[in-house]
Design a protein. Structure first.
Lengths: 112, 115
């Protein structure tokens, strides 16, 4: 079993839809959870960061972490064509600047 | 958070040669991280570079193939040596935000094609 599993998609939605992206993980030691957005031919851009369990909201984006289920989600409300990108989940344990473990990324396309 | 300038953005190299990738950070950071992103795969950590000490390599990566320099707290280079087509990937450097407590910032990446 891989440490982090993420459905690669592709996922295609109409503009204005609510998008749900998810990752599951196996290592219960993970404490820090991140979502990155990566446009084609660009480096990953940090979107959301969460420590331990709970929800975090930033504009149209909401990140959720359920440590009991080892499951994290990113919700995008009122999706826009500019949201079309690959979304990567990443996580690490509580050690000092430990190795980030990434999912493979989900490719999202928002159609106008 | 820190801003990273990475170059070159892309290169096409002959097999058997080497490519050196540079990353410049606009603030001093203790650790810099080098990742590889192969097509359709997760980002994979190659090594962690600390200033003034040898880099720490992850399983499957060796210093002879991926030598790293870290001459000061704002700069690092990764060399990919003795290139083969299997080395064709995107290479990325990264630094921690708040020493990793608030996420990580990435450079824009170097797209390497080996022919």
């Amino acid at each position: 079993q891989k440490e982090v599993e993420q459905d690669p998609g592709p996922l295609s939605v109409p503009e204005g839809a609510i998008v749900s992206l998810n990752c599951t993980y196996s290592n219960s030691a993970f404490q820090y959870f991140m979502w990155y957005r990566q446009y084609s031919r660009k480096g990953p851009e940090l979107l959301m960061y969460t420590y331990s369990s709970g929800n975090k909201e930033d504009g149209r984006f909401t990140a959720q972490v359920d440590k009991s289920s080892k499951y994290i989600s990113l919700f995008i409300r009122d999706s826009q064509p500019s949201d079309s990108a690959t979304y990567l989940c990443a996580m690490r344990n509580g050690g000092s600047q430990g190795n980030l473990i990434f999912g493979k990324g989900t490719k999202l396309s928002v159609k106008p | 958070s820190a801003v990273i300038s990475q170059k070159p953005s892309r290169d096409i190299c002959q097999r058997g040669t080497s490519l050196t990738i540079q990353c410049q950070v606009d603030s001093q950071v203790t650790m810099m991280f080098w990742y590889r992103q192969q097509p359709g795969q997760s980002l994979t950590l190659i090594a962690t570079a600390n200033q003034g000490s040898e880099a720490t390599y992850e399983s499957g990566f060796v210093i002879d193939k991926f030598p790293i320099s870290r001459p000061n707290l704002t700069f690092s280079t990764l060399t990919v040596s003795n290139l083969s087509p299997e080395d064709s990937s995107i290479y990325l450097c990264s630094v921690g935000v708040g020493q990793g407590r608030y996420g990580y910032t990435f450079g824009s990446g170097t797209r390497l094609t080996v022919v």
